[in-house]
Write a protein that binds this ligand. Sequence first.
Ligand code: ATP
Ligand code: MG
Length: 329
Amino acid sequence: KKVLFSGMQATGNLTLGNYLGALKNWVKLSDEYECFYCVVDEHSITVRQDPATLRKRARALLTLYIAAGLDPEKNCIYYQSHVSAHAELAWILNCYTYMGELNRMTQFKDKAAKHADNINAGLFTYPVLMAADILLFQADVVPVGIDQKQHLEITRDIAQRFNSIYGDTFTIPEPYIGKAGAKIMSLQNPEKKMSKSDENPNGSIYLMDDTDTIIRKCKRAVTDSEGCVRYRDEQPGVKNLIDIYCACTGKLPSDVEREFDGKGYGELKMAVGEAVAAQLAPLQSEVARLEKDKAYIDGVIKNNAEKAAYFANKTLRKVQRKVGFPDRI
Ligand code: ATP
Ligand code: MG
């Protein structure tokens, strides 16, 4: 079986963007691949976190992976910080990555601008840790949203560079970017992607929002003064609502234009809100059920960390040998 790796940061409550751009595709692909789904808590501290909150969010995120439909018997679901090989390989790969390459990363620029008081070295080398995550498992495919495409490209570059120096070591991964929902925009600013670390809660729909909240946020979504439901770049707010609607219902943008021909934004927003609420309801009830089963989640955490470490260490040992570290006796 081919290998799939993906992960999310425990930096906030998951948004509809994370679900439609990533998690939903993970579930879709999970039968086809040998899968590793990581809660990337080491990436999370590139931005300052409150320790108690981080711990709580990490557990909530791991629970959510399972609630979304990933079977932890068949998929390896674990915390990055429980598998030390991530940090160890990242160090080595740091020495095979150029400052100039990292300087071009748009996420670094965005996040550095947002957290000007804490532009730390970890934020800068974030893509190298991400490359380590992926390459450790010899992943063939990495399902992500469009915002992570550049990080996948640098991962491929680092892997190819290493392979060309030391011979075949890493599988070169391909991104998997779904057709619908690959870039959900903020409801309050359709020029900006929806992010779980956004401070304005009205810009994001959180996976745990109740139906009333979802509908209220959709009703307040920023649109335009054109007054017609059309799928085009000139109407980014409406386009985003259509994207959300399509990702939740499986409809195509052209169907939606027809469905709302002659109708106003109010009707579109209501339909989007209802479609989102219907999409999230089963996920929410499953989370509520799983949260009660502490022993079960604890078991998943323990068993899967061991399984992940086993695979990760195989690659790490190979790499350590290739760069010239002394053999273990
Ligand atoms: P942060 O703001 O802390 O970076 P985030 O919302 O960007 O949070 P990540 O943990 O960085 O979330 O990313 C998890 C996954 O969700 C990645 O695969 C990413 O590509 C995807 N993703 C994030 N935002 C969106 C979005 N707006 N639309 C589609 N996919 C998204
Ligand atoms: Mg992000």
